[in-house]
Design a protein around this ligand. Structure first.
Ligand code: NAI
Length: 396
């Protein structure tokens, strides 16, 4: 059943009342963002304790912002006053938009959307913060799938500007534009992504981890040396430090999901070394041991030294992946570059960076890896090859 166009136009005003379901890490961050943008927020969680934790956490964040002079005491109080917390889902009644940030399970999210449709008006928009599920599959559970879309925020949500806006196959195209405009008024940097595994960031970033793991597994450089090599070219953290921070359980699960969703494409194959860390319970900082050992948050052990060729190889793989995302129409060149800078703090957009180095050189590096290993993993994106040969630019 389709919502008539006028129903949509009626909801095309700026979103004023926002429901957020799930008051964990992401839901709490999104509640802060919406409240700071002036929206009335209803934050729902099945557990009262989660709501209390979220409230205390926000109070601490706001106190710090006031102390640093980034917010006035009045602004901080107004933000906190705009968030109502409840364990009763029915309280989202009347919201223009509801974003879900509950457990990453299709069934749980589908059931939630069905319950929300029974509560909300038919013009209300339903958004998911999923990192890895198909937005299209989730929309399919709804009576009005054309009002469903992905709004994928990055952790920590109040600090990371990127929001991937992901239309399902069924989404009304007008809604995409509307969501982009609204995210801008929330102070965010929206990038539109096709509903494909990993969307933009979790797809394009795979080689940052996987190629680093591969170089380590081949014994070409130590973990500390690989990290030092990537920091030297401007990344804030090296791949191993970052995986230790994210948690190997989480990082390995994302890679496995993307690999599976691409029907086993060898380019996304998860690493044996990382699987072993998970098996050992060495999940990273949170368990005191990952690739490095930790004393609380402090990483132990000697710093590494940048090693010739390491950063170039990881970077070539990242650039090839970024070009390939454009080739497969996952997003525009502009949005691919924006996403990696605003979602995961890359020092430059990968496409602009590739052009700076020379697309011919990046393509030649891919060919050299492919020749050496003979593996599909190292295939050069057809678009990279075309662009390298024609001398065209992504940004002209
Ligand atoms: P979390 O575990 O911190 O919070 C989830 C919250 O949802 C919990 O407080 C739980 O009590 C509540 N909950 C679960 N089922 C519920 C239900 N049916 N009704 C009401 N409340 C329910 O999870 P987190 O990390 O905030 O992730 C939430 C979603 O955001 C997931 O889909 C995740 O994949 C996605 N995401 C997570 C990111 C991250 O870095 N943590 C980044 C981007 C997306």
């Amino acid at each position: 059943m389709h919502v008539r166009r006028w129903d949509y136009l009626r909801s095309m005003n700026q979103w004023k009342t926002v429901g957020i379901v799930g008051a964990g890490t992401m839901g709490s961050g999104m509640a802060q963002i919406a409240a700071e943008a002036g929206c009335e927020v209803v934050l729902v969680d099945a557990h009262h304790k989660a709501l209390e934790r979220s409230k205390d956490q926000l109070a601490r964040v706001m106190d710090r912002l006031v102390e640093k002079g980034r917010r006035t005491a009045q602004e901080a109080a107004a933000t906190q006053g705009r968030i109502r917390r409840t364990t009763d889902l029915v309280d989202v009644k009347g919201c223009d938009l509801v974003i879900e940030a509950i457990v990453e399970q299709l069934q749980a999210k589908s059931e939630l959307f069905m319950a929300l449709e029974a509560i909300l008006s038919k013009e209300a928009v339903l958004a998911t913060n999923t990192s890895s599920l198909s937005v299209t599959a989730l929309a399919q559970a709804c009576d009005h799938p054309n009002r469903v879309l992905g709004l994928h925020f990055f952790n920590p949500a109040p600090l990371m500007a990127l929001v991937e806006v992901i239309p399902a196959l069924q989404t009304n195209p007008d809604l995409v534009e509307h969501a982009v405009a609204n995210m801008r008024t929330w102070g965010k940097a929206p990038a539109v992504a096709k509903d494909t595994p990993g969307f933009i960031v979790n797809r394009v970033a795979r080689p940052f981890y996987s190629e680093a793991l591969r170089i380590h597994e081949e014994g070409l450089a130590s973990v500390a040396d690989i990290d030092a090599s990537m920091r030297k070219i401007g990344f804030r953290m090296g791949p191993f430090e970052l995986m230790d921070l994210i948690g190997h359980d989480v990082n390995h699960a994302v890679t496995s999901t993307v690999h599976e969703a691409f029907y086993g494409d060898p380019r996304y194959r998860p690493s044996h070394v990382q699987r072993q860390l998970v098996a050992a319970g060495w999940l990273g900082q949170k368990t005191g041991r990952g690739f490095y050992a930790y004393d609380g948050r402090k990483k132990l052990g000697a710093e590494g030294q940048p090693k010739q060729g390491v950063a170039d190889r990881i970077l070539a793989m990242l650039m090839n992946e970024a070009v390939d995302a454009v080739f497969w129409q996952v997003a525009s060149a502009h949005d691919v570059d924006l996403a990696m800078q605003k979602g995961v703090n890359y020092p430059k957009g990968l496409l602009a960076w590739a052009e700076e180095r020379g697309l011919q050189q990046v393509a030649a590096h891919m060919d050299e890896l492919r020749g050496r290993y003979g593996e599909e993993r190292y295939r050069c994106s057809p678009l990279l090859r075309d662009m390298a040969q024609s001398g065209k630019s992504f940004f002209q």
